[in-house]
Ligand binder design. Structure first.
Ligand SMILES: [Zn+2]
Ligand SMILES: [Zn+2]
Length: 291
């Protein structure tokens, strides 16, 4: 094992785990000395070198250690919290004079001072949701919490996965929808039979037309995207840039792009118009069902 790779020291006869710079580790006799590149969490940590050992484990910029010490004091990170963060949750960080960049399970965050004071805010990386359920990171950060503490940030970051976040959003959406249904005006019914004969026919044709357009979009792009949903359209285009790009000339590509944007927009409008028109009829349910 090369000296460079060694990060931690301990005694094979027991006792605490040390950062390799710890003065207490100097007293371990050579024949007992154990070297480790990895952080061994099953050995109790020496309190003297704890913070340094954690930073060596999780910081991408260990050379910034003096800055970390200052930041942790100002941000009120305790050694216990740092252990949970770096050892238990395997969070990575980098430091700058006004705060920390923190990498959680999937996302990156900024815990930073603002307002020229010790007040901290938590920023979350920007992303764009794609219709296939994944997302792309678009660079930069947005505000997650205007007032954050070290503990708050740790809880928010260590608990965050995109799947959980989406599940929570869906639940909220459903709850809000349930609320809307509750306050629908009297006489509302989602049953087919409540549409008058003529309306029913118009609705049927309309529905077929929309289904046809939907099929067209799906078939051409071989996917299950819903580009007619306003929110899905840009993501759909991103996913299918290749398809409408291809080897065609720039003019053809432009024409395709324009055609699809116009087509998808048309579908958006047609659908929302149908929704408004048949607000009290089957369309209402139909829209909910196909959302
Ligand atoms: Zn130590
Ligand atoms: Zn698609």
């Amino acid at each position: 094992m090369s000296d460079e790779a060694v990060k931690y020291l301990y005694s094979k006869r027991g006792g605490p785990f040390h950062d390799k710079s710890c003065p207490k580790a100097q007293h371990i006799p050579d024949e007992e000395l154990g070297y480790s590149e990895k952080y061994l969490s099953n050995i109790s940590q020496c309190p003297l070198c704890a913070v340094k050992a954690y930073v060596r484990l999780g910081a991408k910029d260990f050379y910034n250690y003096p800055l970390y010490e200052r930041l942790f004091r100002r941000m009120r990170f305790t050694p216990v919290l740092l252990r949970r963060m770096y050892v238990n949750e395997k969070i990575r960080t980098s430091a700058s004079s006004n705060g920390l960049t923190i990498w959680g399970k999937e996302d990156s965050w900024r815990l930073e001072f603002w307002d020229g004071s010790d007040t901290m805010r938590l920023m979350h990386n920007n992303y764009y949701p794609l219709p296939d359920g994944t997302r792309i990171f678009t660079g930069g950060y947005h505000l997650q919490a205007e007032r954050a503490t070290a503990n708050y940030a740790f809880t928010a970051i260590s608990g965050y996965t995109y799947a959980d976040h989406k599940a929570a959003m869906l639940k909220r959406e459903q709850e809000q929808f349930a609320l809307k249904v509750d306050v629908l005006p009297e006489g509302f019914s989602a049953k087919k039979d409540d549409l008058s004969g003529a309306k029913k026919k118009v609705f049927w044709v309309w529905k077929k037309f929309i289904e046809l357009l939907r099929k067209f979009f799906r078939k051409r792009s071989k996917c299950t995207c819903k580009p007619w949903r306003q929110a899905d359209l840009p993501g759909w285009m991103l996913l299918h840039l290749k398809w409408w790009g291809g080897t065609a000339s720039p003019q053809t590509r432009f024409a395709f792009a324009a055609l699809f944007v116009v087509g998808a927009r048309l579908l958006c409008y047609t659908e929302s118009y149908a929704r408004a028109f048949f607000e009290r009829g089957e369309a209402y349910q139909w829209n909910v069902g196909t959302k």
